[in-house]
Design a protein around this ligand. Structure first.
Ligand code: X2X
Length: 345
């Protein structure tokens, strides 16, 4: 090889190295596996959403970002209300979390648990897909995580082992398992029940043993977790709250990725979120509600409230709504109320 040719190719090689160095360097910081925390596994829309997100990211990054699912919030020993802190600290790399489970740390997320704020799915969408959603993402960003997309757990209907619930009086003295946000204690106390906080992992054995009488969760959870087999024989459709899910990534992990990979992860979360929401609503948005038929087929008595019956629950929980409006932030709640009033049906 002539000296000139040699020098030219050496320069070209050095230039190529210089160009690819930042990307190569960045990617050498990539972990071989990223840990995604979830409360529920792939038998549920929630866990399916995690699987869909992970698969899209793996495919679109050609395996540069490899995500493993940790359902049952196993990275934090099942203690779902610690998930947000663990995310911030880096014990968890990414998560799809319920607004309920993160609301002890991010008080604004209690918005979705204000009783009877959201009358229908259009109301949920008006919040998550509008200004309220943007404001909450800004809050989460400030709180130290990177929020990417919305998903949905669903409308939380109430079940129990004792008798049909048609009026607040039917809840009197009933032991109801709730998630660990104080707002739930206020709501169920206002209804005359005896609420008790416990994790989802502890809830199922507690229902089986009769330590608690009832619980509230979306219908997709009722069927997939077979709650009829842990004495939940009565189900009332009251649609008092619904919990959205949020797709997030730990900030350091996010910053360790190239801008192109961040964009892939974000878009994959948005795409997976849409698919997950469709799964979460399947069986309940159709006119004949096939999921309800399935539940009745399991021997469960399903109670539908008349508007007047439902209103008795609205009235009984109004003081809780008003008290928590202040705690969540009156401006945010006002923004939410306006967005719901203006929603397209
Ligand atoms: O614990 C629950 O009830 C569950 C599974 O719905 C949540 O994580 C909020």
């Amino acid at each position: 090889m002539k000296l000139r040719t040699f020098l030219t190719s050496a320069v070209a090689a050095a230039a190529a190295l210089a160009f690819s160095a930042p990307a190569a360097l960045a990617q050498s910081n990539y972990k071989s596996e990223y840990r995604m925390s979830l409360v529920l596994g792939t038998a549920f829309p929630w866990g399916k959403g995690g699987e869909i997100w992970a698969n899209k990211v793996r495919e679109r990054t050609n395996g540069r970002i490899n995500i493993k699912l940790y359902p049952g919030v196993s990275l934090i020993q099942g203690d779902q209300t610690r998930e947000f802190s663990a995310l911030r600290q880096g014990v968890i790399d990414m998560a799809i979390g319920s607004t309920i489970n993160w609301s002890p740390q991010v008080k604004q997320l209690n918005l979705f648990s204000l009783p009877f704020l959201m009358p229908d799915y259009a109301a949920i969408d008006a919040l998550t897909q509008g200004e309220v959603g943007k404001s909450l993402f800004a809050t989460l960003d400030k709180a130290g995580v990177v929020p990417l997309a919305w998903g949905e757990n669903g409308y939380r209907e109430i079940s129990n082992s004792k008798h049909p619930i048609k009026t607040p009086a039917d809840l009197k003295g009933m032991k109801i398992r709730v998630v660990g946000s104080p707002l739930f204690l206020d709501t169920f106390t206002a209804l005359g029940a005896n609420p008790t906080q416990m994790s989802w992992a502890d809830a199922q054995p507690a229902m089986a043993s009769g330590a608690v009488d009832g619980q509230e969760n979306p219908l997709a959870i009722f069927t997939a977790a077979k709650l009829h087999s842990v004495a939940q024989k009565y189900l009332t459709l009251w649609g008092y709250i619904a919990d959205p899910l949020i797709f997030v990534v730990n900030k350091e992990v996010w910053n360790s990725w190239t801008p192109a990979d961040r964009e892939i992860v974000r878009q994959a979360a948005i795409d997976a979120g849409k698919e997950e929401i469709a799964l979460a609503r399947k069986g309940v948005i159709e006119a004949d509600k096939p999921l309800l038929k399935q539940i009745e087929g399991l021997g469960v008595t399903v109670t539908q409230l008349t508007p007047a019956e439902r209103d008795a629950f609205v009235q009984a929980t109004r003081p809780v709504y008003n008290k928590w409006k202040g705690q969540v932030g009156a401006d945010l709640v006002n923004m939410a109320e306006k967005a719901i009033a203006a929603r397209k049906q």
